[in-house]
Ligand binder design. Structure first.
Ligand code: AMP
Ligand code: MG
Length: 806
């Protein structure tokens, strides 16, 4: 402004972005076309999205912002300047490289898109014009994790130089030309911008006589997700940030800048170390997430098995009524005598030896704990097989496991016919120890067939002792056993009572989904604890809250356990709106003895984390190079500690892929869960999703690859994609998309699948397509698959025989 005057701006006479102005001559026209073609090529394919925090973003982009300026320490400024000079790159390019490296570290993305500004004064006519001529250009940077920072600098230089060589195409024009489907929660093409101002050459007296430069102190807003703007002046290097407060917090930006400085120091010191090896965590942060958040050592008794614990209870409390089923009640002594006999029968008839696998396939009844204990007393691991599985799948599991026996209803009938006297002299195998197998559970396998996960006594013993102590269980507790024994939730439902001594009330298979009967069971047996998959807890509340007399039957409850899938905050709030029994959210894969983290919920939370590691367990959130990521940053969840499975049965290849060496603890192993999450400040982990095609439907773990594999076995089906989707807001269900000449009706396809897969893996919807939509790389684009309409639900058209009274 002219000194002393209020500023007044005249609009520029010429819209210099005007295509017509820029393409006066053929030469200019050619140049324009060339530049446009450059960008179209450069921004080909799926554009990567850069998001530095796992926080949910507003559905529609907002401009709420804050800003903060940081001074970069002088030694770092000098260091990077020296390095840039040596490599003959500009400071601008060096700082952009370092920020991009940090983005890569935060997200694991190796393809990163940001924006930057050009002065827009390429033409000599524009040089002396006062006005905002800047243009935005896109920087698409490829990160090679194997390269050192020195080489990355050169790569970044090329990216920046190329962008500037093609800077004439106005950004808005380019965005329009690219004609991408816009995500209204985001800006066009990129969300983060990096700006560089060098004011070292700037001199006040270069202005015309009587003018001065002032800046407006505008209201804090944020045009983009974040703008990082570096300024170098005679004082040093500063970093101004402007960020969207609906996505980022000041603490996150502070931490980001702290990590930037740390990384800058590493880049300066070690420009030839591969980028993958740089960890952005400081020593203090690494110490916190690796150790501080994992202080879980508990000196539990070692060397004991589930059967050892059970025997102690038999001698402590022989007459305690541990098992209730319908109107039958069994004491510890009853269970002990029965399971001893059955163990002897099995050993005699099938020559069972230590660590043999014994498949068990029975409906829920008081026999269940007896059979499982008998198998263990025979020195064997039990392999639960849900009797409702199709024959073919059962056969596969039996054959794949090499199971020596199938304990089913028919076998129990044969056993019942044997005279107990004839078994008394049978010797059981020598006692097993904590390293022997307790059970083998088959879970869905991504390559088309289920896989058996082998769990040892020591992990399970640890898991149930932790739970018993953590939630103050005692002999006055009564646990509702309602999870099918084919899933490991049943392990604590069954073995906590058997091993530590409280009551177990076995729920009839038919009653598991009947809220009224569950409520009645709870009242009749003064049940104190039960488990729900979150989706089923909701369904339970639907029924119970509808009828006030049902809720009254739940008064004995004092702990509700959820696990198996993400627990929505709304579900928790809904529970506490009517109930007082606390809800505990547990997390863990079958591969790590049921659960490895816990979180005690309360009403009014925004998100329900999965919480902190259980005793003798370590949780890790790592990047793709197994570096720990700091608090707040999303990474892959790994599990270490005593609860890890031995591996997958007869599958050393998969075992070594999923169970790796623990880089932070000599001799330890880590299980790679496939889940993603992030540490919160207080040491809880927030679950953020999965990075593969494993899904959960009502708590059932399904590899969609297994369903696809079975679809592809059917005649005339040449392509199959299976996804989980929430079709009518009623929870997730499986949707299959198929291509090929098959004329089979949807119902037929489902019937065929039912011969191979358990019911919960049979898709609810089958959508026939001519071809799958593809992304620019020629791969099936799952995002573009159509949602089946709610009205098309074919499930309702099917006819099924009545199975039972309900
Ligand atoms: P499963 O082996 O059946 O226990 O399934 C393990 C998987 O279920 C985990 O890897 C998670 O993806 C998911 N899961 C289990 N518990 C939770 C939980 N509390 N919150 C979110 N996801 C969970
Ligand atoms: Mg689990």
């Amino acid at each position: 402004r002219k000194k002393g005057n209020a500023p007044s701006w005249e609009p520029l006479a010429v819209n210099y972005f005007d295509y017509a102005v820029w393409t006066n001559t053929d030469k200019q026209k050619n140049e324009w076309e060339k530049q446009l073609a450059y960008w179209q090529e450069n921004l080909r394919g799926d554009l990567p999205v850069l998001q530095l925090s796992a926080a949910k973003r507003p559905v529609v982009k907002t401009n709420n912002g804050e800003r903060k300026t940081y001074e970069i320490p002088g030694n770092l400024f000098k260091g990077i300047e020296v390095l840039c000079t040596a490599k003959r790159v500009t400071l601008n390019q060096g700082l952009i490289a370092c920020l991009n490296l940090l983005f890569y570290k935060y997200t694991g993305n190796t393809d990163i898109i940001t924006g930057t500004l050009t002065s827009g004064r390429q033409r000599s006519e524009l040089e002396n014009i006062a006005g905002l001529l800047i243009n935005t250009v896109v920087l698409r940077t490829e990160v090679d994790p194997a390269a050192g920072f020195g080489d990355f600098l050169l790569n970044q230089q090329t990216v920046v130089e190329n962008a500037f060589l093609h800077q004439d195409i106005p950004f808005a024009y380019l965005a329009e030309k690219l004609n991408r489907q816009r995500d209204i929660s985001r800006s066009a093409i990129f969300d983060i911008m990096i700006i560089f101002n060098d004011e070292r050459g700037y001199q006040q007296d270069a202005l015309p006589e009587g003018f001065e430069v002032i800046s407006y102190d505008k209201r804090p807003t944020s045009q983009l997700d974040i703008i990082f703007s570096f300024t170098v002046n005679n004082e040093g290097l500063s970093l101004y940030t402007e960020y969207n407060t609906d996505i980022y917090t000041e603490a996150l930006i502070d931490r980001f800048v702290m990590h930037f400085e740390q990384l800058l120091a590493k880049c300066i010191e070690q420009p030839s170390v591969p980028l993958s090896a740089f960890s952005i965590v400081s020593e203090a942060e690494a110490q916190l997430v690796l150790d501080g958040f994992n202080k879980t050592v508990q000196a539990y008794e070692t060397g004991i098995t589930l059967t050892d614990l059970f025997r102690r209870r038999v001698s402590d409390m022989p007459d305690f009524p541990v098992v209730t089923f319908r109107n039958k009640v069994l004491t510890f002594r009853d269970i002990d005598v029965q399971s001893d006999l059955l163990a002897k029968y099995l050993v005699k008839k099938y020559c069972l030896q230590k660590e043999d696998i014994a498949a068990v396939s029975i409906k829920r009844s008081e026999w269940l704990p007896v059979v499982l204990l008998a198998v263990m007393k025979a020195g064997c691991a039990y392999l639960p097989v849900d009797p409702s599985n199709p024959r073919e799948r059962i056969d596969y599991i039996l054959q794949n496991s090499g199971s020596k026996v199938l304990v089913d209803a028919a076998e129990l009938d044969r056993y019942a016919a044997v005279n107990p006297e004839d078994l008394q002299s049978v010797e059981l195998p020598a006692a097993i120890d904590e390293n022997n197998l307790a059970y083998v559970i088959y879970t869905s396998g991504s390559t088309g067939l289920p896989k058996g996960c082998m769990l040892e006594h020591k992990g399970v013993v640890n898991r149930i002792q932790w739970m018993w102590e953590k939630y103050n269980y005692s002999s006055i507790d009564s646990i509702l056993q309602k999870t099918t024994f084919a899933f490991d939730v049943s392990v604590w439902e069954i073995f906590m009572p058997l091993c530590w001594g409280c009551r177990m009330v076995i729920c009839d298979d038919d009653d598991v989904y009947a809220a009224d009967r569950i409520a009645q069971l709870i009242e009749n047996n003064k049940v104190t604890c039960l488990h729900f998959v979150p989706g089923l807890l909701n369904a339970f509340m639907d029924a119970v809250f509808e009828m006030p007399d049902l809720a009254k039957k739940l008064q004995s409850l004092n702990k509700v356990i959820t696990s198996g899938e993400a627990l929505p905050a709304a579900t928790v709030d809904r529970w506490y709106s009517k109930m007082t029994a606390p809800v505990f959210n547990l997390y863990g894969p079958t591969e790590a003895s049921v659960d490895v983290t816990y979180f005690d919920t309360k009403p009014g939370l925004q998100v329900i984390p999965i919480g902190k590691p259980v005793a003798n367990t370590k949780m890790y959130v790592l990047d793709s190079f197994l570096n720990p990521v700091p608090v707040g940053i999303t990474g892959d969840i790994y599990i270490g500690g005593v609860q890890l499975a031995r591996g997958y049965l007869n599958n050393p290849e998969l075992t070594s892929r999923k169970f790796i060496e623990n880089p932070f603890m000599h001799g330890g192993r880590l299980y790679h869960t496939g889940d993603t999450g992030r540490w919160l400040e207080d040491g809880d982990i927030e679950y953020t999703g999965r990075n593969d095609n494993q899904v959960k439907i009502r708590g059932y773990r399904i590899e969609t690859g297994e369903v696809e594999f079975q679809l592809l076995q059917l005649d005339g089906i040449s392509g199959a994609v299976v996804m989980a989707a929430d079709i009518a807001g009623t929870g997730k269900s499986l949707v299959a998309y198929v291509t090929g000449a098959s004329t089979m009706s949807e119902i037929c396809i489902k019937q065929e699948l039912r011969k191979k897969l358990p019911d919960y893996m049979v898709p609810s919807f089958i959508v026939k397509m001519d071809a799958f939509p593809q992304n620019t790389n020629g791969k099936t684009d799952r995002k573009l698959l159509p949602m089946p309409g709610a009205g098309e639900d074919t499930a309702e058209q099917e006819f099924a025989e009545l199975e039972n009274e309900t």
